[in-house]
Write a protein that binds this ligand. Sequence first.
Ligand SMILES: Nc1ncnc2c1ncn2[C@@H]1O[C@H](COP(=O)(O)OP(=O)(O)OP(=O)(O)O)[C@@H](O)[C@H]1O
Length: 370
Amino acid sequence: MKLDEPVATDPLLTVKDLEVGFESFDGFAEVIDGVNLSIGKGEVVTIAGETGCGKSVTMKSILRLLNQPPARVNGEITFDGTELLSLSDSEFERVKGQRMSLVFQDPMSSLNPTFTIGEQLTDTAQFGGDSDTGVIEFFRRKFSSERDEARERVLEMLREVQMPDPENIMDSYPSQLSGGMRQRALIAQALLNEPDLLIADEIGTALDVTIHDQILDLLKDLIEEHDLSVLMITHNLGVARQVSDRVYVMYGGRIVETAPTEELFENPKHPYTQGLIASIPRLTGDEMAEGIDGSIPEYLDPPRGCRFAPRCPYATAECEQGRPEMYQGTNQSGVECILYDETVELSDRPTVEETRSHMTRRSGSLMGDD
Ligand SMILES: Nc1ncnc2c1ncn2[C@@H]1O[C@H](COP(=O)(O)OP(=O)(O)OP(=O)(O)O)[C@@H](O)[C@H]1O
């Protein structure tokens, strides 16, 4: 059976056959089940899916942030030709420190409340990629002229992320900044050491819509100016549409569909992707789907076949038998659903409107008016 997702041209990061499970008193939870993905040089890729689909576990596996045990991680993660999972901790920290950066969703928990923005960002600018600087060397450098140069770089970067009044912000503590300013500070921090790969987890999600849009616009400009490769994680397909070149839709620890962003929105194939798109609030029209009925699979005892089958309006007995193939389309797209086997008539494949009407009918019947 062919399960491979299409691969990026000139990949910077490749994840192959990733499997991640967690040991617990109740048993073994098989969360990530054979994920393949890749990010090309200069490409912006999003992993999108509902809460609990495994986006963060995938991201944490790439960054080796999961404690083993209870986690068990298998597969291959290759960054610019280097296999990451087999590196020693110090070798990995060096690659991560010098070439990857992270922006987390909650700026308050990522910034240290007891140091000023200037102190924290200058430390990153000066020591960002050096994970093994000794204490004596750390203090020698901290009080050398190198510190002034690093501070200058921070100021420049704060201006680049359009931070208002950057000189003043350098002397402020995180709690004195608004949510949007804190997010800008974190983006500045992430870019200080000119990474090749930026990983952004639900960036700006906690902010109100206007500020969120401003942050995404800023991010788009910075990605282009700094020629970054980006892996974004979001539960919001609208965000994926705004910033990414390509999208991976994740469900129940598997990639169920991938396509270039425009193609995914114009012609979503998997019933789950269609359900997510149908759930995006529409500004016109009087009917809006309420979201996909049901909940994500129980990872301690996941469905044997397609993990979406229990929630899928088109599921048949065959869907419960085994995992569907990843049917590859043209142009780096693929869908893991038996409806895309070539023996299925085009007219028997669902459209977003059909999926929307299933969802609306269900939510209507829940309200007792069907
Ligand atoms: N350390 C852990 N131990 C046990 N189970 C875990 C652990 N971390 C995550 N999981 C389980 O893995 C599943 C996927 O979680 P994950 O956080 O990756 O989802 P997500 O798609 O990123 O959701 P969210 O958008 O809420 O972050 C969840 O069912 C979660 O309970």
